[in-house]
Ligand binder design. Sequence first.
Ligand SMILES: Cc1ncc(COP(=O)(O)OP(=O)(O)O)c(N)n1
Ligand SMILES: Cc1nc(C(=O)O)sc1CCOP(=O)(O)O
Ligand SMILES: [Mg+2]
Length: 357
Amino acid sequence: MPILPGQATYRILDASINRATEGLRTLEEYARFAQDDAAASGCFKSLRHDLTTAVGDGLDRQRLIQSRDTPGDVGTEIRESTEYKRSSSQQVIAAAAARIAQSLRVIEEYGKTIDARFAAQIEQIRYRAYQACATLELAAFTNTRVTQLAEAKLYLLIDGGESETQFTASIEQLAKAGVDIFQLRDHSLDDRTLYERACVGAAAARKHGRLFIVNDRADIAAAADADGVHVGQEELPAAAARAIIGDRRLLGISTHSIQQAKEAVDDGADYIGCGPVFAGRTKQFDAYVGPAFLQQVTQSISIPAFAIGGIDQSNVSEIIAAGCDRIAVTGAIRDAEDPVHAAKKLKQSLRWEEPNR
Ligand SMILES: Cc1ncc(COP(=O)(O)OP(=O)(O)O)c(N)n1
Ligand SMILES: Cc1nc(C(=O)O)sc1CCOP(=O)(O)O
Ligand SMILES: [Mg+2]
């Protein structure tokens, strides 16, 4: 069928309207289901709605549909190989945002040849879409785990408990008491149980806006969708752990000297454990770094550093006096008569601020 110039215009408009609507819907779903962001989701929905209304008011819908000729569209045969590849949700968002911007501009330009008022309405929708897309893209690129880590003060190493129910209940209670990060550290569990505890623990911590890390096992951290893994000096190297957990999960590394701390930063750690500061009941060591190591760390290391080893209410002031306000503990909470009370007290101590700061 020969294509008349007017029909060609309608054909371009029809294809671009569909493209813009699909792109808006793609971002609406991301905002709704991945970000749980009702405001952003509503914003894309109203853009979609306003586009449909402007098209309904300004264009002849029958002509739009009559102009559609998908089998005869030479463009459906031309595909860049990149159009089939999206390795992350950020790429999906960036591609949808670009599609929206381009197709709205096409609608506006060709719309000018039909109705100037219609074109002006599309221009307004295009500006609103630019803003909404930019906001969503920024939110998608922000790693909330890194933000949560930056604010974290109290880190608890916890074993898998007697049962899944008891483990989950402990995490929920202690999260409410102020524990910011949980680490599942239990060398007695078989892999299946470790994985199952990691799954329920990560979900329980997330419910309360807390982080959940798996000790030693990058594979289990990734499989259970935990927030990260913690590795020691004799365990999986940082690069190997990172390859398993990916860029958006957290990597913690144990350090026992300032040189190890600097190496951990160079190796891409998100945070370090610094110890053992004091002797404790959980793990025995031949030597202790003491608060002096913490002083070195706070002066030269920029990523979050958690003092660890024998820290409890009786000595936490020494950690703070060394300039460190982040601690990782086991016994201080596990062995307390009232673990919830112990966690609350420790958290309060970490909020302490130097009087003349
Ligand atoms: C926060 C934090 N710091 C240090 C450690 C100790 O890790 P590692 O040296 O690998 O010893 P194990 O915990 O594996 O016995 C940690 N787990 N967490
Ligand atoms: C597992 C572990 N790693 C340490 C290190 O210095 O690397 S200290 C430590 C034990 C932490 O438990 P508690 O608070 O009961 O001493
Ligand atoms: Mg370890």
